[in-house]
Design a protein around this ligand. Sequence first.
Ligand SMILES: C[C@H](O)[C@H](O)[C@H]1CNC2=NC(N)=NC(=O)C2=N1
Length: 112
Amino acid sequence: MSDDFLSGTCEPCRGGIPPLTKAEADGYLQRVSGWELVDEGLRIERNFTFRNFKEAMDFVASVGNLAEMQGHHPDISFGWGWAKISWQTKKIKGLHENDFIMAAKTDQLFHS
Ligand SMILES: C[C@H](O)[C@H](O)[C@H]1CNC2=NC(N)=NC(=O)C2=N1
């Protein structure tokens, strides 16, 4: 379940630690449904669909506001009826628990 990620806070990651291994990331992935590992396990992505352009744009804005509040920022692409959110911790060029916390919080925004 993503509940434990949801209650987590996104602690600043200033680098100097190794990213999650592929095996660790696979384990964390079980706790956020709909997300997939891409870039050889260096990032996670999820595609979201909407009824129109504005709903996609509003979702992107809400994820952007969350990112500013948490100090952790996704790569985002979107268009009419869709948005793709991609999380990675750039400081360590890979995945950190923070990315999974943000994935869980992204899902919560989608469902709200
Ligand atoms: C100290 C502060 O947490 C860092 O500068 C943050 C800001 N937002 C960030 N966002 C992402 N996606 N990766 C980072 O490594 C990152 N670093």
